[in-house]
Design a protein around this ligand. Structure first.
Ligand code: URA
Length: 253
């Protein structure tokens, strides 16, 4: 990327332009500050207070095609979140995308519209994608949970487990060249780790099972609250590009 384009991109992301000393870029991930906000705190996924799980057996998800997977999600009653949702939020975008983005769970606006990342955090996510050459519709965007947790609380472990087969099948169907996971909850869930996001970001992981490269970064909602971390998120995006560079058409196969 040439210097002028880089300047433009950094400005679009709201990153102040300054020249980093080498040491700034070499900070080991383990020394990253752990965020102050709830979405990025170091606490592992909460195992307590399981939501009531309805008794009807969950229909199998393995092997479903897109239409069947979509209707299975729409009718899902695997956990108590189904009682409170306006609608499920399946995921959106190119089903042959090179990059798949995985966030945490729908918020109020996503629950209303049935689409992931349509609120303020979604606007920033769009800008982040744009900064590396993707339009939103050129990637596939999904969440670890397909239903909104009430009051935007953190997902419970049993909810994540109940919903996981849907995400796994989406990943299998898209078969992206890269998974960009945003935020602690999604990163810990996909990487089966309880490390804080500051330790998970900044390097390339491999998705257990499918072997797809995974880059974790801060959640855009956290970046809105902590804009000083945007610089690190930008480095994560560049790292993701080094694994699967966006092509002229955004990479959709
Ligand atoms: N935050 C997420 O993690 N996902 C959404 O869809 C919206 C906000």
């Amino acid at each position: 990327m040439d210097a002028a384009r880089r300047r433009e991109v950094l400005q679009a992301l709201g990153i102040e332009l300054w020249v980093a000393r080498a040491a700034d870029l070499e900070t080991p991930a383990g020394d990253e500050p752990v965020s102050s906000g709830p979405a990025e705190s170091a606490v592992p996924v909460s195992p307590e207070a399981p939501a009531p799980v309805p008794e009807s057996p969950a229909a199998p998800v393995a092997g479903l095609d897109w239409p069947d997977l979509e209707s299975s999600v729409a009718g899902c009653r695997r956990c108590g979140l189904s009682e409170e949702r306006t609608q499920t939020v399946f995921g959106v975008g190119a089903r042959t995308a090179d990059w798949m983005i995985v966030g945490e769970a729908p918020g109020a606006e996503e629950d209303r519209q049935g689409e992931p990342f349509v609120g303020a955090a979604g606007q920033l996510l769009n800008q982040m994608l744009r900064a590396v050459g993707f339009r939103r519709e050129q990637v596939f965007i999904a969440n670890t949970l397909k239903c909104r947790p009430p009051g935007n609380r953190d997902p419970h472990a049993d909810e994540l487990a109940a919903c996981r087969p849907y995400l796994d099948r989406q990943i299998e169907l898209v078969r992206p060249r890269l998974l960009l996971v945003v935020g602690r909850i999604a990163a810990q869930a996909l990487l089966a780790s309880d490390l804080p996001i500051g330790r998970l970001r900044g390097r390339v992981h491999t998705l257990p099972g499918l072997g797809i490269p995974v880059v974790a970064t801060y959640h855009p909602a956290y970046l809105l609250r902590s804009p000083e971390q945007k610089r690190r998120a930008w480095h994560d995006l560049l790292l993701a590009c080094s694994v699967a560079a966006p092509e002229g058409d955004g990479g959709a196969r």
